[in-house]
Design a protein around this ligand. Structure first.
Ligand code: UFG
Length: 348
């Protein structure tokens, strides 16, 4: 297939490019490099000079995106490009709505215009379990049928995009030009590729596992636990951590399985929840370092407990997480961060 990967220079997008190139697809990665990195793009280009291209552009730049879709005869979009910090979205909601919704509509305009609307026939969207907010107790583990009621602007951007995409898919049906639309609601994505080439390098870094690894590597003095009075066994939040390569596997299965005219939504998470304290214990075990941890107030926008009920994605797509041991997931992240202490920057 010929695939546009938006946010291709980011953490998850670059892992997607790597896997799709390995599978023999023609890939165009598009990224504004706001939080993505040039280095993985250069690495992928030198490994796949014919089948990989990188376009430095905002996804809301419809003219550039349209030109890219037409020039490369692309037929599939994997849309990863988005801002993705829950806490940051509470502090600057308009930026999140502008970037995650307004710019994404620019991308859809380009899809709608390319080759008279006939160009793009598969669209895979990175949604989030943040769309569920705080699920009712009897809906944990969370199935896709759980009511979607986000607790953060970030979660709302993903939920609104699901509605916008469904409306766009309906329009395509009316036009007798059906789209295969899959929305993948990610739980917490973690880890690095097994070859150790790609990793997670965010500035600022706020995600629990990389922040804890930074503390273990001595790059920060300590780590704060945001909330120790939650109604969970140890008082800290619970999340479902899915390895990035398993997540990309779900995209590949969705791309190959969802048919034109079908609109699907799947949760992608391993089906097991770990508390913040359990994750910190894992990072301490993997690194062998007992870094200092402080109790801190709750972070605005955080849900209490989110972990997946993976039945639907297992039975429909045949997806199952291959890496379910938390120490193994943490190890892949730790190995990359240890080998690349400055992330993708030149000094490392
Ligand atoms: N946490 C801490 N201390 C830190 C960082 C995080 O206690 O220094 C806690 C958070 O409060 C939360 C948990 O660790 O309870 C996980 O936080 P992350 O920031 O790693 O991840 P989030 O769950 O907030 O968000 C992530 C992605 C979103 C995605 C979401 C799904 O950033 O894009 O997972 O749960 F939607």
């Amino acid at each position: 297939m010929r695939i546009l990967v938006t946010g291709g220079a980011g953490y998850i997008g670059s892992h997607a490019c790597q896997r799709l190139l390995k599978d023999g697809h023609h890939i165009v990665a598009l990224d504004n490099l706001h939080r993505g990195h040039q280095k993985p793009m250069d690495m992928l280009k030198s490994a796949h000079p014919e089948s990989f291209h990188f376009i430095h552009s905002d996804l809301g730049d419809t003219k550039t995106v349209l030109g890219t879709l037409n020039t490369h005869d692309l037929d599939t979009v994997m849309h990863f490009g988005a801002l993705a910090y829950v806490g940051e979205s509470v502090e600057d909601p308009l930026w999140y709505y502008r970037n995650n919704i307004a710019a994404a509509i620019g991308l859809l305009d380009a899809c709608d215009q390319c080759h008279n609307g006939k160009g793009i026939n598969r669209f895979i969207f990175s949604s989030s379990c943040a769309t569920y907010g705080n699920p009712p107790q009897d809906m944990i583990p969370v199935p896709e049928t759980c009511p979607q009621s986000p607790t953060s602007p970030y979660g709302y951007t993903k939920l609104h995009m699901e509605h916008i995409l469904k409306d766009y898919a309906t329009k395509r049906d009316i036009d007798h030009n059906p789209l295969a639309l899959t929305m993948l609601r990610y739980f917490n994505v973690a880890g690095s590729d097994s070859a150790g080439l790609l990793g997670e390098d965010h500035t600022p870094e706020t995600h629990l596992i990389p922040v804890a690894i930074e503390a273990a590597l001595g790059k920060r003095e300590s780590l704060s636990i945001f909330g120790t009075d939650y109604p969970t066994d140890d008082g800290t939040n619970i999340r479902d951590y899915v390895h990035v390569e398993d997540l990309i596997d779900a995209h590949v299965l969705a791309m190959n399985t969802t048919k034109p005219g079908q609109v699907e939504a799947f949760n992608v998470g391993i089906g097991k929840g770990y508390s913040v304290r359990q994750i910190l214990d894992s990072v301490k075990r993997v690194s062998g370092v007992d870094f200092p941890v402080h109790d801190a107030p709750r972070r605005a926008g955080d849900a209490i407990a989110l972990y997946n009920n993976p039945e639907r994605i297992k039975s429909t797509l045949g997806w199952d997480a291959q890496i379910t041991d938390i120490d193994e997931i943490v190890s892949t992240a730790f190995n990359w961060m240890k080998a690349n202490p400055n992330g993708y920057s030149k000094e490392s």
